[in-house]
Design a protein around this ligand. Structure first.
Ligand SMILES: *Cc1c(COP(=O)(O)O)cnc(C)c1O
Length: 377
């Protein structure tokens, strides 16, 4: 019997279960316990985010940000079409209108040169997503946000430990949302984190994160009782989840080293396909780094891509394609303004993502690469 090579496999650093047990043993099972604070400190100290909040998912980090922005019915949010639905849905829940932007010709990231034409007097937010941990052109994003007085937010679900001209992704925007879903480099099963870099939002973020109370101010000794002071929600995970996450964060260097090795091996093996004009390997701009989040190929067209997925499946290797562009989704199709977004559509049609996880042996990367080359023979 041959087992399939999976697309993803959750990684365990070793101390996860011990941390979960410890969180329980300390008797602080609810949110914002010792492990939560250690996770916050890790992000703030290592990468320089101003203030961080663990959340139960990246989607929830977006919801929290959308609440903080105080969006009104009809406010417009510009974001890429080629992204995951979590980037979008929290803003729709607040009544915002989504204006989708196209991808670059040579990378799924948003084409920043096409964004200014989409800005109207209703535009309130510019949201960028760093696909595969590869930086969007942040000089352009920051300049546009400043010029038009927009809130800048970064979807860094793929982009932990990734940089633009040496500066960590997620430090450019007023807000940034991380994911610790099991498919991400660092995981707690489900989980997320909201980084708030703009100090003006921090007091309100403390309140929203904790169900609309001023408990944070109470814990700092600034008020003598904690009360209901605003609207909020329950976005904090249990400290056991934070314990699991912390075990992974402590191993971040190991994780990144290994994942980058896997990425480079795929790249070395498969770049010959690009040289021969058969398929394209990922493009990495000078200003970006590679954080080993995912590896993909771009095929000639949808038919060829679909048949490669089938071929790999027959050879017991699981591959996937996504995203499907959001402007064409059943939910948004009729709400979109009708502009074609040809690059986003082309990436959706031609992309294939290859198995990628910490424990994937380089020998298996070679085997997968050989199978792909067989397909083109
Ligand atoms: C995974 C992912 C999300 C959502 O993450 P959850 O933690 O599952 O809510 C959002 N955006 C992108 C780009 C993602 O890949």
């Amino acid at each position: 019997m041959i087992d399939k090579i999976p697309f993803n496999k959750p990684y365990f650093a070793g101390k996860e279960v011990q941390n979960i047990v410890n969180a329980a043993y300390y008797g602080h099972l609810s949110g914002n316990g010792a492990f939560t604070k250690m996770c916050h400190y890790f992000f703030e100290d290592r990468w320089g985010y101003e203030k961080t909040y663990l959340t139960t998912s990246c989607t929830d980090a977006f919801e929290m940000a959308a609440l903080l922005m105080d969006l009104k019915e009809g406010d417009e949010v510009i974001m890429p079409s080629f992204t995951f639905v979590s980037t979008t849905s929290p803003f729709i829940l607040r009544g915002a209108k989504i204006v989708f932007a196209d991808s670059l010709p040579n990378h799924p990231n948003m084409d920043m040169d096409k964004v200014e034409a989409l800005i109207t007097d209703k535009t309130k937010v510019l949201l960028v997503m760093h696909y595969g941990g590869v930086a969007v052109d942040m000089d352009k994003a920051v300049a546009l946000a400043k010029k038009h007085n927009l809130i800048l937010m970064e979807d860094v679900a793929h982009a932990i430990d990734a940089y633009y001209k040496g500066k960590p992704l997620g430090t450019f925007g007023d807000f940034a949302a991380f994911s610790f879903h099991e498919t991400k480099n660092v995981s707690s099963g489900e989980g997320g984190l909201l980084a708030v870099n703009n100090k003006n939002y921090i007091d309100k973020a403390d309140i929203i994160w904790d169900k609309g109370t001023n408990r944070a101010a109470f814990e700092r000794g600034e008020v003598d009782q904690y009360e209901w002071v605003g609207t909020g929600a329950s976005y904090m995970p249990s400290d056991m989840i934070a314990g699991m996450l912390y075990a992974q964060l402590e191993n971040i260097e190991e994780i990144q080293k290994k994942r980058i090795k896997i990425w480079e091996r795929y790249y070395e093996n498969l770049k010959v396909l690009e040289e021969k004009g058969l398929a394209k390997v990922p493009h990495l701009p000078d200003y970006a780094t590679n954080n080993g989040h995912l590896f993909y190929l771009l095929l000639k067209d949808k038919k060829q891509r679909d048949s490669l997925i089938k071929f790999m499946d027959k050879n017991h290797i699981m591959t996937v394609f996504h995203y499907l562009p959001l402007h064409n989704s059943p939910y948004y199709k009729d709400k979109h303004d009708g502009r074609p977004l040809p690059n986003a559509q082309r990436f959706a049609d031609t992309i294939i993502r290859l198995p990628f996880f910490y424990e994937l042996p380089l020998m298996v990367v070679d085997m997968i690469s050989d199978k792909i080359k067989d397909f083109f023979k």
